[in-house]
Write a protein that binds this ligand. Structure first.
Ligand SMILES: *[C@@H]1O[C@H](CO)[C@@H](O)[C@H](O)[C@H]1NC(C)=O
Ligand SMILES: *[C@@H]1O[C@H](CO)[C@@H](O)[C@H](O)[C@H]1NC(C)=O
Ligand SMILES: *[C@@H]1O[C@H](CO)[C@@H](O)[C@H](O)[C@H]1NC(C)=O
Ligand SMILES: *[C@@H]1O[C@H](CO)[C@@H](O)[C@H](O)[C@H]1NC(C)=O
Ligand SMILES: *[C@@H]1O[C@H](CO)[C@@H](O)[C@H](O)[C@H]1NC(C)=O
Ligand SMILES: *[C@@H]1O[C@H](CO)[C@@H](O)[C@H](O)[C@H]1NC(C)=O
Ligand SMILES: *[C@@H]1O[C@H](CO)[C@@H](O)[C@H](O)[C@H]1NC(C)=O
Ligand SMILES: *[C@@H]1O[C@H](CO)[C@@H](O)[C@H](O)[C@H]1NC(C)=O
Length: 737
């Protein structure tokens, strides 16, 4: 009945509709430019024109922050040289000269060569110049670009760059500079770019930058700076862009950025900053892009960015940060927010609501995206189970979901049919087995629909992922799978206990009658139903219990936000199911011991060993299939308790390969391999064979040979059945019903 209702829901809601609203789109949707059509956010920038006017493929890259600035900067910087002839008459032989530009790259120069004074570009990359003496470039009045990378420069005297009044770009990267002298750049009044990456510079003072009154861009990536000087911008008031990535800055002084009125981009990525004071950034009135990722920041005061009216992009990723619920209240202008690798335990939609203009957001988990539904682009766009394109990322999974669904459905339906056809004396046991098959069949139906939705979303899953997980279909499927596993587990436990009682206490008369069995079976279904339905009770407490991954099964392999859902999942899988598993294992072990004891007492040793092996085999396979099915789940839950990161793909493998093992094997274990069933089958076959032999008696002699084998087999099997106690054992085991 429940299965029927769920099934109907699935059929009715198979379509996820695209809503069309007046002007404002509901959360998770965006408007097609000036049209009134709204599309799910996953349609944005997917390479397919979904809006008639193509508005969904506009503004695709995250161009907030420095990207725009950079473009503006380079737009006018495209002068192509017409003359390729050398315009210099004095320069070392091995250098390349074009017009007034000279490249002396990797030619083992140990000092700055003498060249004509009208040089405009000088590249000395990859040489062995260790020292720059006073006034080595004097006279190069028209020099605009000077490249000195990869020289292992150790010392630059204070007057080395004197006379370079027109220098615009100076590269000092990849050298061995430990410090820079005060006023070393004193004459570089036109300098716009100063790049000093990859040096072991430890400290730097404000006076080093004296004279850099036009400096626009300062980069000191991968040095060993431990602090920034006070009033960093006092000598270079026009600096727009500062990059201090990969240093060892531990604290930021309140006064560091005090005069940086023009600073637009500030990168402090990959340092060791742990404390961000409230007022540090308050003077950066033009700041548009700040990167504080990969630091040790644990807390960002609420008012830190309050004054920053132009801030577009904020990167706080990879910090051990805990966010407040009203963390972003003062950041209404923000367009791009990076919260990579940040765990947000009490995430809520309220957190991101104030940032009305936010267009890009980057989270640690796919799931978080549902809390920022108004943001156009949310990353990551998938969890581990599902890939960008497909619900089931792996081809093996995609194929086997059908195979296993088929096996499970067919096996269980076949057994239900067989059990109905073949009459047996023990009606209650047959009923239990049929009910078990019904429960296992639900698992097949669940897998079947997972396969259907995988096909439905193939190639475009990314678009629908969130909608799918929040859809009723996904929740219903999760419910179905949960119902199936729990009813199956409880039924197996019940069947085991029944056998256990019959074998360990063979002469007591405590076997339940037909009515009692019915009541027990009914209550098992009710219990399974309750277990599966409880998470729908309170959305706030359990969250979207079933819709946590593409396969809608609530395994919760990682740390999640909803304590309720996580605790419930833990309680079911590591509580109910583990207890059931232990009961089953314990019962079968003691049953086996009990049988061995009676076997030792009996006299007919040879034949008893024969049956013992058969019994032990069956017991072993029942316990083994249970163990194979459940131990991975228990392990997963225990690992998650110890905060071990488990890749999302593990869940899908467990759900598609491991969990259905029981459902697929149960019909085989509890019916197809039982001696009763074999006996019936043999009788059926023998009857047929006897008939055919009777008919073809004269035709063939060889068939009669086969026939002569059979009485022996029959004899041995009747010998087997001669054990009265053993027969009762097998009977109660359900092997011969
Ligand atoms: C939308 O804007 C385009 C130009 O950008 C204009 O041609 C078109 O008429 C507008 N459509 C509506 C419905 O306003
Ligand atoms: C700059 O030059 C490149 C080729 O070197 C060209 O593709 C680009 O369009 C040019 N940009 C401008 C603004 O002229
Ligand atoms: C550069 O100066 C030298 C003399 O020092 C002169 O011969 C040459 O023509 C000049 N080149 C240009 C491009 O002015
Ligand atoms: C520098 O360039 C200007 C014009 O571009 C030229 O007049 C002057 O002679 C050049 N100076 C040297 C030293 O070549
Ligand atoms: C800085 O160092 C990191 C790690 O060593 C490296 O990946 C990066 O390329 C370096 N950056 C620069 C600009 O050299
Ligand atoms: C920096 O500012 C914070 C907050 O205003 C203050 O508590 C701290 O003492 C200041 N530090 C210095 C070195 O001035
Ligand atoms: C987040 O939850 C924790 C406990 O779960 C609580 O201590 C903390 O105050 C909450 N933070 C906010 C901002 O609500
Ligand atoms: C959001 O963006 C629009 C258009 O760019 C602008 O007019 C508006 O002021 C922005 N809102 C905020 C809070 O910055």
């Amino acid at each position: 009945m429940t299965a029927m209702i769920v099934f109907l829901h699935l059929v009715v809601f198979l379509q996820i509709e695209v809503s069309i609203s007046e002007s404002v789109c509901k959360p998770g949707f965006f408007p097609c430019g000036n049209l009134s059509v709204c599309l799910p956010r996953e349609f944005h920038c997917d390479g397919v024109k979904d809006c008639d006017n193509g508005a969904d493929e506009e503004y695709c890259g995250d161009t907030n922050g420095w990207v725009i600035l950079f473009e503006n900067l380079y737009r006018n910087n495209n002068k192509t040289k017409e003359t390729q002839e050398c315009g210099l008459d004095k320069f070392p032989e091995r250098c390349d000269c074009k017009d007034t530009e000279l490249e002396c790259v990797e030619i083992n120069l140990e000092a700055v060569p003498t060249v004509s004074n009208n040089i405009t570009l000088l590249s000395l990359k990859g040489n062995k110049i260790q020292k720059l003496q006073d006034e080595v470039f004097i006279g190069f009045k028209n020099l605009t670009n000077l490249f000195l990378q990869h020289n292992c420069l150790r010392h630059i005297s204070q007057k080395a760059f004197h006379g370079l009044y027109k220098l615009q770009k100076l590269y000092l990267s990849n050298n061995c500079l430990v410090s820079l002298q005060d006023g070393v750049f004193g004459h570089l009044r036109q300098l716009k770019w100063l790049i000093i990456d990859e040096n072991p510079i430890k400290t730097i003072s404000q006076e080093v930058f004296t004279g850099l009154e036009s400096l626009f861009f300062l980069s000191m990536i991968n040095n060993s700076l431990e602090a920034l000087p006070q009033k960093l911008c006092a000598q270079m008031p026009l600096t727009n862009w500062m990059d201090f990535e990969g240093n060892q800055i531990k604290t930021l002084s309140n006064l560091s950025f005090e005069t940086c009125d023009e600073l637009t981009v500030l990168y402090l990525r990959g340092n060791q900053i742990s404390l961000v004071n409230e007022n540090i950034f308050s003077t950066l009135r033009s700041l548009a892009d700040i990167d504080l990722s990969h630091n040790l920041i644990t807390d960002v005061p609420l008012s830190s960015f309050k004054e920053l009216k132009f801030l577009q992009k904020l990167d706080l990723g990879c910090n051990p940060l805990s966010l407040h619920i009203d963390q972003f209240e003062t950041l209404q202008h923000l367009r791009s927010l990076v919260l990579d690798k940040i765990e947000i335990p009490n995430i809520s939609t309220r957190m991101f609501k104030p940032m009305k203009n936010l267009s890009h957001i980057y989270f640690k988990k796919f799931r978080y995206c549902s809390y920022a539904p108004h943001v156009r682009v949310c990353m990551p766009s998938t969890d581990g189970i599902s890939s960008f394109e497909n619900l089931l990322a792996n081809t093996v999974l995609r194929v086997f979901v059908w195979v296993i669904a088929g096996i499970t459905c067919f096996g269980n339906i076949f057994v239900i049919g067989m059990r109905s056809l073949i009459q047996s004396e023990n009606k209650t046991h047959t009923m239990s087995i049929k009910i078990l098959c019904c429960a296992d069949c639900l698992m097949g139906i669940y897998l079947f629909f997972i396969g259907v939705f995988d096909v439905k979303y193939r190639g475009q899953y990314k678009k629908y992922a969130l909608l799918w997980m929040e859809s009723l279909q996904c929740r219903s499927l999760g419910f179905l799978a949960m119902l199936s596993t729990e009813v199956s587990v409880l039924l197996l436990t019940y069947l085991t206990m029944e056998k256990y009682l019959a074998i360990v206490f063979p002469f007591s008369n405590i076997r339940p009658g037909k009515r009692q069995t019915l009541i027990i079976l009914l209550s098992i279904w009710v219990a399974g139903f309750m277990i599966a339905v409880i998470p729908f009770w309170n959305e706030d407490f359990f969250g979207n219990y079933y819709g946590k991954n593409g396969v809608c099964f609530p395994l919760y392999p990682d740390q999640t936000e909803e304590i309720g859902g996580k605790g419930y999942s833990l309680g079911i899988f590591l509580g109910v199911n583990l207890v059931a598993f232990i009961i089953i294992v314990f019962s079968y072990v003691s049953m086996f011991c009990s049988i061995q004891k009676t076997a030792l007492q009996s006299s007919d040793v040879g034949s008893s060993i024969h049956t013992d092996v058969a019994v032990a085999n069956r017991f072993f396979f029942i316990v083994f299939s249970d163990a194979v099915c459940w131990i991975p789940v228990f392990l997963l839950k225990i690992l998650s308790l110890f905060h071990v990161e488990i890749p999302g793909t593990v869940t899908s493998w467990i759900v598609i390969f491991i969990l259905p093992i029981n459902s697929a094997l149960n019909p085989i274990l509890y019916t197809l391999t039982t001696s009763f069933f074999k006996e019936k089958l043999k009788q059926l076959l023998q009857r047929q064979r006897r008939r055919s032999i009777f008919r073809n008696e004269r035709k063939s002699l060889s068939t009669s040979l086969v026939w002569t084998e059979d009485p022996a087999a029959q004899q041995s099997s009747s010998l087997k059945l001669g054990f009265l106690h053993k027969k009762s054992l097998e009977d109660s085991m359900g092997t011969s019903t």
